[in-house]
Design a binder for this molecule. Structure first.
Ligand code: 5AD
Length: 354
């Protein structure tokens, strides 16, 4: 018998992560869906994602656009190109625009502030930034320019593993969490997350990761499967070296990812949780819907122009690189309707829900 779901602690989360009984898992899925409905409702918030630069100074061992991932044509979108995408998002009814990119020193603080101001003025959308670790001055300037939220996954709470998969990051995982908390003090809603099944990630680590979301009361939590990219060190000898013994190593599969999403909903009942793109790649026919039915309440349709999207493959097969933004948006809206849910039109922030 698995432990009761109404008294969660780290050990209970750990036990549920390895649960294999179908009837027990059905109870987990039901509970996650009920808590999702009771606490954040049936509205699915759509965030239009614009991948504004694939330059990256970092060498994260899993990432297909890392500086170490081999030769890759690099792009940085112009102010006007980004604005075209943001207007498209507004026209589709998306209440949030997400500007994401590699950690790009060529992306200046004032440039991003100018883009944020222009998007706010023209669309009124909420703005989420996801541009890596940046200086305090940049983060403050972007908040003053109108940015509402910041996404920065901590990736793993295992300090040694964090160092191995981020060989050139200056700080520790605690420093990264510290940066998130400073952003919260600046007035951002803060988002974080982890990949499921990174070589070296054990069941204890993943349970600890999920409990850490709760410790810091994260506003947004993205959880997707790790997808090995053959261009990266983690897909090769580094991954083989880091892998935990089979009984301890978390697999990078859909079932485990869905368990992590459902348990995160239970320990952080009113947070915003996306059904991630990586999940939809692992299971193109049902991954997105499965996430939405097991705790998630957000989807991030891609607005990046296809010619840039093909160059922003942080992992292989990144969804639908040849479909235009309007096709993607229509599909997502149809998917949400098909689940009997509605799409949100407001900003969909955690504070002042609408
Ligand atoms: N597989 C899955 N997710 C990945 N990310 C980066 N590389 C991969 C990969 N190979 C995730 C990281 C990062 C987010 C933007 O994408 O968690 O924070």
């Amino acid at each position: 018998m698995p432990p009761a779901l109404d008294r969660l602690d780290r050990d209970v989360v750990r036990a549920w992560l390895t649960e294999g009984d179908g009837a027990a898992l059905d109870a987990l899925w039901r509970r996650a869906d009920e808590v999702r409905r009771a606490r954040v409702g049936d509205v699915v918030h759509l965030r239009g994602l614009v991948e504004i630069t694939n330059f990256c100074a970092r060498q994260c061992a899993y990432c297909g656009i890392a500086a170490c991932a081999g030769p890759l044509p690099r792009y940085r979108m112009t102010h006007d190109e980004i604005l075209v995408c943001a207007r498209q998002g507004r026209d589709f009814g998306f209440g949030t625009i997400v500007l994401q990119g590699g950690e790009d020193p060529g992306l200046s603080g004032p440039f991003v502030a100018g883009v944020v101001r222009a998007i706010k003025a023209e669309t009124g959308a909420a703005i989420t930034l996801s541009l890596g670790e940046r200086s305090e001055a940049d983060l403050r300037a972007w908040r003053e320019a109108g940015a509402d939220r910041y996404l920065l996954r901590f990736e793993t709470t295992d300090a040694a593993l964090y160092k191995r998969i981020h060989p050139d990051l200056p700080g520790t995982v605690s420093d990264r969490i510290g940066q998130l908390l400073r952003m919260r003090d600046m007035g951002y809603e803060i988002g974080t997350g982890v990949m499921v099944g990174v070589p070296g990630q054990t069941w204890d680590t993943l349970a600890n990761d999920i409990w850490t979301f709760r410790d810091y009361d994260m506003d947004m939590i993205g959880i997707g499967p790790y997808l090995a990219d053959p261009r990266t060190p983690l897909a090769g000898t580094l991954g083989a070296e880091l892998a935990a013994p089979p009984s301890e190593q978390v697999p990078n599969d859909e079932l485990t990812t869905l368990k992590a999403v459902a348990l995160t909903r239970l320990v952080c009942p009113d947070t915003n949780i996306p059904s991630t793109t990586a999940l939809s790649i692992l299971d193109p026919s049902a991954g997105r819907a499965n996430g939405l039915c097991r705790g998630a309440n957000v989807v991030m349709p891609n607005l990046t122009p296809p010619e840039y999207r093909v160059l922003y493959q942080i992992y292989p097969g990144k969804a639908a690189v040849h479909e235009t933004a309007d096709v993607l948006a229509d599909k997502v809206i149809a998917l949400v309707g098909g689940l009997g849910r509605t799409t949100g039109s407001g900003p969909g922030g955690r504070r002042g829900r609408d």
